[in-house]
Ligand binder design. Structure first.
Ligand code: XMP
Length: 434
């Protein structure tokens, strides 16, 4: 491995992720480990220091948890935060709330005490991963569901770099993608990177299944189940696949609950794929935070528009075309979304707002066109900022942007006669409408 390692021992602090991030910001690779990790697994050759981070959830089954004794005799410096030990080492009573203060406390430990090298960067990460992936995969084949989202795209780029044609990507177009998305996946991965890419046009299949279904949960279930079915059919049609690539990232693991931390979000994976497909998982991004995943994508040559893509729900435009999906309303919400995205770009706001999109309800109101009374749909604009998607605030958009978008949608999107801007925060509203 090219990088020095600082291990963070999880003794129940809810701030382990923040500490890991800050260590990495200082240029040193850092990972969180369970407090009862076997000695050999912790004491890797590149280990330069250990942070023992105590905290509020320090009691499990009525017993306070301690770091194992070998930690203090491992021969590397130990930094103890918010935890009492009988040993002599660097000690900090409380984890600083301010990021600057935390960095100031970590810096001398990393560089003066541990003598760690600030050699954590994406170039080294990519080189290390390519080597690891080649070792893991050998001459076997890997399959990857490539949605075109940030995580699956970066996994694809990394696997292409590591094993080239041994990777087969499957892109399922379920008809609920945004404008230009499937085309971009084909252009970038097949045409520019030379990947083996199977493009599955499943538009009719999904839309037929969804016809007449108005209940949001039912819609989501149909989309999820159909996706697995389509992907499975593709997988069964290919021979000799041993591995399945996955875009799992560090927050999925760090937040899915170690013994000491509360479950924030359960670890997502394809789960629903039948057992007899029997793939081994390849998860090369599982130690990266989201911003690091983006940096990795850029390092691998992916376009910015892909790497900085906004979060997009798995059921896609299906949850933004409210009620029973019809092709005309779906086309309208897709076109309106493309206009909104284009104008965010023009106004220089595309990277500063977390999520911005359009919604089309299943209702019509009276309008007038060419002196005649014409019923039309409204389009709702939504733009929110959030840190963790659990709560969200609405964005104060420039009036000129709202006017430009409104005028363009009314002029360019057939069937739409009103544009509204939503002002509801989360809670009580959710970010998506369904
Ligand atoms: P809500 O609507 O629950 O959304 O406030 C919070 C965030 O999650 C996204 N979202 C999804 N992402 N699959 C996903 O991968 C889904 O089914 C899904 N539903 C909502 C939503 O866009 C927002 O960023």
């Amino acid at each position: 491995m090219k990088q020095d390692l600082i291990a963070i021992l999880d003794l129940g602090s809810e701030e382990n992720s923040r500490v890991a991030r800050k260590v990495r910001e200082l240029g040193v690779y850092s990972e969180i480990y369970a407090h009862d990790l076997p000695r050999e697994e912790l004491l890797q050759p590149n280990l330069k220091g250990i942070i023992v981070n105590g905290g509020s959830n320090n009691v499990v089954d009525g017993k306070a948890i301690e770091a194992p004794d070998y930690v203090y005799s491992a021969g590397v410096p130990v930094f103890v935060i918010d935890h009492t030990t009988p040993h002599q080492e660097m000690n900090l009573k409380k984890l600083p709330c301010e990021d600057d203060a935390l960095l100031a406390a970590l810096r001398p430990f990393l560089f003066d005490v541990c003598k760690a090298q600030p050699n954590w960067n994406m170039k080294n990460f990519v080189e290390d991963q390519v080597e690891l992936l080649r070792r893991q995969i050998g001459d076997k084949k890997v399959l990857l569901a490539l949605s075109g989202g940030v995580d699956s795209s970066v996994v694809a780029a990394l696997l292409i770099r590591a094993v080239g044609k041994q990777l087969t990507c499957v892109h399922v177009n379920h008809g609920l993608m945004r404008k230009g998305e499937s085309e971009q996946v084909i252009e970038v991965f097949r045409n520019q990177m030379g990947a083996e890419l199977i493009y599955v046009d499943a538009v009719d299949r999904f839309l037929d299944k969804l016809a007449g279904v108005a209940d949001p949960e039912q819609k989501r279930k149909i989309i999820g189940a159909e996706f697995i079915r389509v992907f499975e059919e593709q997988a069964r049609g290919l021979s000799g696949i041993e591995f399945l690539g996955q875009g799992t990232i560090y927050p999925d693991i760090a937040e899915s609950g170690t013994k000491t931390s509360k479950v924030v979000k359960s670890h997502h994976n394809v789960g629903g794929l039948p057992e007899d497909l029997n793939f081994k998982l390849v998860e090369p991004l599982k130690y990266l935070f989201k911003d690091e995943v983006r940096a990795c994508g850029l390092e691998l040559g992916l376009p910015e528009s892909m790497v900085y893509r906004q979060p997009f729900p798995g059921p896609g435009l299906g949850v933004r075309c409210l009620g029973a999906i019809t092709r005309d309303r779906l086309a309208a919400v897709r076109e309106a979304d493309a206009i909104l995205r284009e104008e965010f770009e023009n106004f220089g706001l595309s990277k500063s707002v977390w999520q911005y999109f359009t919604i089309i309800p299943d209702l019509k109101s009276v309008g007038v066109r060419d002196n005649a009374r014409v019923m039309g749909w409204p389009v709702i604009l939504r733009a929110v900022n959030t840190v963790d998607a659990m709560t969200a605030t609405i964005e104060h958009l420039p009036w000129e942007l709202l006017e430009t978008v409104t005028n363009r949608i009314l002029a360019e999107v057939p069937g739409v006669n009103r544009v509204l801007y939503e002002l509801s925060p989360k809670p009580p509203a959710t970010i998506e409408w369904e």
